[in-house]
Design a protein around this ligand. Structure first.
Ligand code: UD1
Length: 416
């Protein structure tokens, strides 16, 4: 894996266009399996998770072509419904292809997605829900084989937690199931809305009733052209990066309503954040102040994915900041790396207390996961000297051309 070399201390200043959302493109590519014909997806982020999803589509028999940000999926000849272990391992969210394969063919075989760097990530909600819809699962030595002997049927499904992936899998299975599916406590992330809007354009009947998601199965869906929403986590990360250097910058093609909790946290810390319907600007003068109540929650709460980049920013704020991680068990792995750079952070179970220091110091650090890696880049930009960040492949899963984007804002960043 390559390394990033970041010489900190330069004030970032400039304008950046925000890429399409990673967490939208994956379920949307899975949805392209639901119909024959050519589905055209615009604003696709150029990240390695997109490449993995494309590999999965090809392995299922789809034709896929790509021209800059536009991916065209031709699903006429889908003839394989097994995702090999190597691809499942590369990207745990491949699980979202399960609902799509069941919808298209009534069968699927995937290797069990193991635990990952964020702690155990079970798929019980996915399996329970799809079982209620008529799917029958068999565990075959590490592989999960799934069949629908009587076809998929609508069901009433209550999610004990509003899981993003489980909601997406149910939606993908329900759009062509027989009858009506009601999901109570469905996830409400903007990426869920993006998937809904694609599916509705394809002919699906998705509505709401008293806050519940109601999906009436239809016989057929049709291929469409769809534009992916901007990535709110990438936008949050770049805002944190600019703020960490005491700089100023403008993000274009962003939707501030999608990450208002992050904007509120930055404003509470003393950053000057302003926005229009599709731009966000940030300006900081001097040190920010600590923020004491960043508690990760399902949308519209503070996103767990923005926790690490914001924590990196708060390492040099005046006073203490408190982060409470409620979504994933093991999402403080970046803390030890930040400590290597001089941050003062103590972790007790799911609570991290950050005592702001005047300055971080350069060091050799290692990405532990995608967002933790991005956090190290944010930290390195404000640190004294040359920080070397190893295992950058984690960052490449979700951030398009990070070194080019940061350089465009005036950072001294190289990749070797
Ligand atoms: C998605 C996002 C990820 C984000 C997360 C939470 C994608 C590709 N990834 O991941 O970036 O951090 O939402 O916003 O969209 N859980 C169960 N059983 C299940 C499923 C989930 O217990 O069957 C638990 C998980 O262990 C975790 C919590 O629910 O503690 C949230 O998981 P979920 O919302 O499903 O996250 P993902 O869809 O994996």
């Amino acid at each position: 894996m390559s390394k990033l070399y970041i010489k900190g201390g330069r004030r970032l200043d400039g304008t950046l266009r925000v890429q399409g959302a990673k967490n939208s493109i994956l379920p949307i590519l899975a949805a392209s399996v639901l119909t024959a014909g050519n589905t055209v997806i615009e604003n696709c982020p150029d990240i390695s998770d997109t490449a993995t999803a494309v590999e999965i589509l090809k392995c299922l028999g789809c034709g896929v072509s790509r021209q800059s940000g536009v991916i065209t999926v031709s699903s006429d000849n889908v003839d394989n419904f097994e995702i090999e272990e190597a691809l499942m391992r590369k990207m745990r969210s491949s699980i979202v292809f399960l609902g799509a394969m069941l919808s298209r063919a009534g069968e699927a075989k995937i290797s069990m997605p193991g635990g990952c760097e964020l702690g155990p990530r079970p798929i019980d909600l996915h399996i329970d829900a799809l079982s209620r819809m008529g799917a029958v699962f068999e565990d075959k030595r590490g592989y999960l084989e799934c069949k629908c002997p009587d076809g998929l049927r609508g069901a009433e499904i209550h999610l004990r937690f509003p899981s993003v992936g489980a909601t997406e899998n149910i939606m993908l299975a329900a759009v062509t199931a027989k009858g009506t599916t009601v999901i109570t406590n469905a996830a409400r992330e903007p990426e869920i809305d993006d998937l809904s809007s694609l599916l509705r354009d394809m002919g699906a009947k998705i509505g709401t009733d008293g806050g519940n998601m109601v999906i009436e199965g239809v016989k057929r869906l049709y291929p469409v052209v769809h534009t992916v929403i901007p990535d709110r986590i990438v936008a949050s990360t770049y805002l944190a990066a600019i703020a960490a250097t005491g700089g100023k910058g403008k993000l274009i093609g962003a939707n501030p309503l999608h990450f208002s909790s992050v904007i509120a946290a930055l404003s509470d810390a003393g950053a000057d954040v302003r926005w229009t319907k599709d731009t966000v600007t940030v300006k900081t003068d001097g040190r920010l102040k600590g923020v004491r109540n960043i508690r990760t929650m399902p949308y519209p709460g503070f996103p767990t994915d923005a926790q690490a980049p914001l924590m990196a920013l708060m390492t040099t704020a005046k006073g203490d900041s408190v982060f409470v991680e409620t979504i994933f068990e093991n999402r403080f792995k970046h803390v030890n790396e930040l400590i290597r750079m001089g941050a003062r952070i103590t972790v007790n179970d799911r609570v991290a207390v950050v005592e702001g220091v005047d300055k971080l110091q350069c060091s050799s650090v290692e990405c532990t996961d995608l967002r933790g890696g991005a956090a190290l880049a944010v930290a390195a930009l404000s640190a004294d000297g040359l920080t070397v960040i190893d295992n950058v492949g984690h960052i490449d899963r979700g951030y398009e051309k990070i070194e080019e984007n940061l350089s465009a804002l005036g950072a001294d960043v190289k990749r070797y």
